[in-house]
Write a protein that binds this ligand. Sequence first.
Ligand code: PGA
Length: 260
Amino acid sequence: MKDFIVGTNWKMNKTFSESEKYINDLLELVKAHSQYTYFVIPPYTHLKTVRDQLRNSNVLLGAQNMHWEQEGSYTGEISPLWLSEIGVNIAELGHSERRQFYNENDEDLNKKVHAALKYHMTPLLCIGEYAKDKYYKITKEVLCRQIKIALSGVDSKQTKSIWIAYEPVWAIGEKGIPAEPKYVEEVHSYIRDQLKDLFGENGDHIPILYGGSVNVENCVPIAQRKNVNGLFIGRSAWNIDSFKKIIELLEQAKMEVHKE
Ligand code: PGA
């Protein structure tokens, strides 16, 4: 299993000057705690500047979405080719806000997964159930559908560059209710089984990150759970001090390299 992965998606936040300062601070943080794999996902407009700032570091750079076609009449869309030209490493695909507010569906996500792989980016496929799905006890069915459609046609040899983020929709954002670590473990183990079902042994090596109201209180209990190979953090990582606290807590808990 890879080193434990920690990263953040800024969503539609941070001005250029805030971005510049944050990345400088992040580079200091990463230098002091280099045992993790880090990634940061700024808005498109910030990517080139952030790429330059990250030039001599191991911090991976992600984009929040992309189109599956290289070019064409798709006003307002972003080509995977441009992202790869910038040097973007990760394509975040299917965040619940994209699915909820911009009608992203699993079939389109499947095309995006293939496009990301074609342009040598790691698809970070976000999956998760709504509160209603949990209530009706169909979480597994929902996740199974999301995984199987989005990863359809992916060869098991390509799994080296695929990451999954489990982000229950009811746990995300200001009104989110953090998931119980035990629940996270149960769901991650179900996701692992699905990945093994699809890709055999290779499914064992796909990192599964947890996201949704990760904070200083719950980061360690969640990170210590089986099959949690990383944390995908929103609000609690946008402030560098709080992100630093999370990293220090992980370090104190000896989350150096995750063990199954
Ligand atoms: P949050 O966001 O940590 O602010 O809940 C998580 C996410 O949307 O990935």
